[in-house]
Design a protein around this ligand. Structure first.
Ligand code: SAH
Length: 225
């Protein structure tokens, strides 16, 4: 899949998209992430992309034209399944949205800044608006990073052991069971006996019981879904 991120702060995302799993996914040819500096699409010599809001409100607003020029250029090169705007009033991002987006071919993520973007961009160019939580960030870059990370992570083949992504928290609206590694005993802290038993059926059962107990205790709201 291909993700195009439009931002006024590409430097902020440069390091992030070229590290760890995102870097590996790109090297394996399973994902491509491209950054576009919105200022390159400004029509004035100061490379400005914002202006004062109509109505005398406080803050600066990102203008239609640079955003339209950037999105139009991308759309001329290929078809996009979604043009996403990161926004605190958007649909709440969760594992279901991440799974859904991971099945798309090409998506654009537009990062807002300042007070936000001209409403006409949202009305005419954006197909989906996503919030990463009920708090306000200074810009959409962290939201775009979170979305790209969670989405690319579930693209088949990106995580070596595929089972590993599927057994993560939230994949079935459940929290995960606890996990352990060697040694079997450390400072007298023991790994649950059952995990050392080699009995696959019993271990699977234990894992399900643990996941259910944790979900009931910590996130009963997930079970109501
Ligand atoms: N005035 C806006 C907030 C602007 S914050 C309002 O009241 O809704 C500046 C930009 O940061 C936003 O345009 C958006 O792109 C990004 N942003 C802030 N909080 C976010 C969140 N919780 N989820 C996703 N993007 C967010």
């Amino acid at each position: 899949m291909r993700i195009d991120i439009i931002t006024v702060l590409p430097e902020m995302l440069e390091g992030f998209i070229n590290e760890s799993i995102l870097a590996r996914a790109q090297k394996k040819g399973l994902a491509e992430i491209h950054l576009h500096n919105l200022r390159d699409y400004s029509t004035n010599k100061w490379r400005r992309v914002d202006d004062y809001p109509y109505g005398g409100f406080a803050g600066m607003v990102m203008q239609c034209e640079p955003i339209d020029r950037c999105i139009s250029q991308l759309k001329a090169e290929r078809d996009y399944d979604e043009v996403i705007f990161t926004s605190p009033d958007g649909e709440q991002f969760d594992q279901h949205v991440a799974n859904d987006l991971s099945m798309k071919g090409n998506i654009i993520i537009l990062c807002g800044h300042y007070k936000g973007i001209d409403q006409r961009v949202r009305d005419h160019l954006i197909t989906r608006e996503i919030s990463i939580g009920d708090y306000v960030l200074t810009g959409g870059e962290l939201a775009a990073a979170i979305i790209a990370d969670a989405v690319v992570r579930v693209v088949p083949g990106v995580i070596g052991d595929e089972q590993s992504a599927l057994s993560d928290c939230f994949q079935d609206d459940m929290l995960s069971a606890p996990i352990y590694t060697r040694p079997a005993e450390y400072k007298g802290w023991k790994v649950p006996e059952i995990l050392l038993s080699g009995n696959e059926a019993k271990i699977k059962n234990w894992e399900m019981e643990q996941a259910m107990e944790r979900t009931q205790r910590l996130r009963p709201d997930l079970l109501e879904k």
